[in-house]
Design a protein around this ligand. Structure first.
Ligand code: NAP
Ligand code: HSE
Length: 440
């Protein structure tokens, strides 16, 4: 159907939470701009929620509110199903049913795309419909479009960044505001940044899902989230932030997807020390950032809000508009959504984390006794880990407990882990040392 004879684009939205409301607000406030750019208005025919007892604001007229997703899937008038419910089920089954029913789909669900994206995208191609998911990675930042379209002729060499707004918000608040972890998390939840299960944010699972999608588009790799070495921010203490600061670093929740040696991919999500002069160091709050290097382009950095109602809704509605443009000219799958043709995607080897070489930060809680320093240095040296800098904290009042905090020269991850085991066994070491990688 051509743009001239399509009077409106009709959508059904599964989910009426933070993002669902953001979409409704955006379509109300930006209706004129959207229509002027698309050539047709977007009409929301139905919004589906789960909890009948919840009070709903006037954004959703009663006649359009439903508690039955099947009504959207079965409605012949709906062109595009928008899934913003989250979680694997029933979202997976519903998207599959929508595609089977010939609907185009837009989703913000990174968990679903990271786990089942390949099968769903291949089903969509077979059925002649589009499946778009820009909002699934880095909220409002159009990074998937950049990888898919703007960099189509380039080869990505490395990609790193901050892709979880909640974790970045928490660490930024702890760093600058003397706020405890639990209070910062509560604030992030109140602002609508966190997942329904916030352990996905603070445990690194959400970032690993996003990195899986990013690495697929960047390197043409078939990956699943468990390919990503994942460590959460929950073990970062305010004390580590203070020591990092003394050495000239800040602690950030980073995600890395780089080409390592022998064609392997270095895929990891973890908190890391980054120098205060590093491009990621000043990206604070719920802001996300992606720093990539193209073989032709060279370095490129893109930053913006990675979570929140309106930035995320903006990505969702831009996807709806992209799908609608295809719909208007009777096209689909014109640009491969994974940036590579499905036949070109391949399983690629992932570098074992033990092989990674990095400098490390180590905080070793010890009894302040003669010879302790030599014991710590000896345990590290035995495993080939060499000390670059070191400070010792003042004793805790009324005790002989203190911390030796050091930065190592570059060492293999496996060597650092062995040294850690050795340190933990020392009688003078009071608790398991804290270790963080330093990202150069
Ligand atoms: P949310 O605030 O928890 O909203 C979820 C909505 O889905 C609620 O309206 C809920 O209904 C509805 N729902 C859940 N299960 C349902 C079911 N079985 N049947 C019908 N309705 C159901 O979540 P959100 O923050 O909007 O996130 C939605 C999705 O967007 C997730 O995949 C998330 O990862 C992704 N995302 C979120 C952000 C963000 O900043 N929040 C950013 C990027 C991507 P009730 O209202 O009745 O509870
Ligand atoms: N919970 C996610 C975050 C939402 O904090 O980044 C955006 O995907």
């Amino acid at each position: 159907m051509s743009v001239t004879n399509r009077s409106e684009i009709r959508v059904g939205i599964l989910g009426a939470g933070t993002v669902g409301h953001g979409i409704l607000n955006l379509l109300r406030d930006n209706a004129k701009t959207v229509e002027a750019r698309l050539g047709a208005p977007i009409h929301v025919r139905r919004v589906v929620a789960r909890d009948r007892a919840k009070s709903r604001d006037s954004m959703i007229p009663a006649e359009r509110l439903s508690f039955d997703p099947a009504e959207v899937i079965a409605d012949p008038e709906i062109d595009i199903v928008v899934e913003v419910m989250g979680g694997l089920e029933p979202a997976h089954t519903l998207i599959r049913q929508a595609i089977e029913a010939g609907k185009h789909v837009v989703t913000a669900n990174k968990a679903l795309i990271a786990e089942h994206g390949d099968a769903l995208i291949e089903l969509a191609e077979k059925k002649g419909v589009d499946l778009y998911f820009e909002a699934a990675v880095a909220g409002g930042i159009p990074i998937l479009r950049v990888l898919r379209e703007a960099l189509a002729s380039d080869r990505v060499v490395s990609l790193s960044g901050i892709v979880n707004g909640t974790s970045n918000y928490i660490l930024s608040r702890m760093q600058s505001g003397n706020v405890e972890f639990a209070d910062a998390l509560r604030e992030a939840q109140e602002k609508g940044y966190a997942e329904a299960d916030p352990t996905l944010d603070v445990g690194g699972g959400d970032a690993a899902q996003k990195l899986t999608i990013l690495a697929t588009l960047a390197y043409g790799a078939r990956l699943v989230p468990k390919d990503v070495h994942t460590v959460g921010i929950d073990a970062v203490g305010a004390v580590d932030m203070r020591f990092a600061d003394r050495f000239g670093y800040v602690i950030k929740p980073i995600a890395v997807a780089k080409r390592a040696h022998a064609g392997q991919l270095d895929l990891r999500v973890h908190p890391a020390l980054v120098a205060k002069t590093h491009p990621l160091a000043t990206v604070n709050g719920a802001l996300n950032v992606i720093y990539l290097e193209g073989a032709m382009l060279g370095p490129c950095i893109i930053s913006g809000l990675g979570a929140g109602a309106l930035p995320t809704a903006m990505s969702v509605v831009s996807d709806i508009m992209d799908v609608a443009r295809n719909l208007m000219v009777g096209a689909h799958s014109r640009v491969p959504v994974r940036a590579y043709q499905g036949t070109s995607l391949e399983v690629q080897p992932v570098q074992p984390i033990g092989e990674l070489r990095a400098r490390h930060y180590l905080r070793v809680p010890v009894r302040d006794l003669p010879g302790v320093l030599a014991q710590v240095a000896g345990a590290l040296g035995k495993h080939g880990v060499s000390i670059e800098q070191m400070v010792q904290d003042q004793k805790l009042p009324g005790t002989d407990a203190t911390s030796i905090v050091l930065l190592t020269h570059e060492a293999k991850d496996a060597e650092v882990r062995s040294a850690l085991e050795e340190l933990t066994k020392l009688e003078t070491v009071l608790e398991r040392p804290r270790v963080l990688r330093i990202e150069e």
